[in-house]
Design a protein around this ligand. Sequence first.
Ligand code: SF4
Length: 171
Amino acid sequence: MLLTGYSMEINKAAACKPGYQPLYCIAHLNEDIREVLPYLNAEMKGIGFTENPPSMMLQVDDRQIAIQPNQITINDIRDGEEADRILKWLQQKINEIWERRAEITPTTKTASPLKVVDIMRILPKTNCGDCGEPTCTVFASLALQGKRDEQDCPQLDEESRKNLAECLKRR
Ligand code: SF4
């Protein structure tokens, strides 16, 4: 086991809405986990990675989590109970990925989040309607939400279909 535990510190973040006090959590880790970070980044599709000092960002639901060798910071939490639940899940992920590291290709690269415009670049942009949608933009937005895929646009040639399939893996 790489990470045996942590101690939590809950702080108040700057209030941006009247009547709502956001909190954030800093977990001080029992062990230095820097070696797992490139494996974690590869498996959990990190949204940012810095090599020196090593740190990575994860997007989980609507919240961002910063993971550093000795601490994890989670923003926008309701209370300590919620933070602890997220940390226990992360601890389990870290240990599981560390155990499987021989099968994983570590990386410090990050995939930028997929956008409608990335899908539009691949579509024919003729707004022909053959897919049942009024425009290619509507199709792209549905594809981003996972409601359409590369098989649903009959106008794609084979290569564009493959490119779209590859692109949609980033959803
Ligand atoms: S079938 Fe393809 S090209 Fe035609 S509107 Fe739909 S997404 Fe656009």
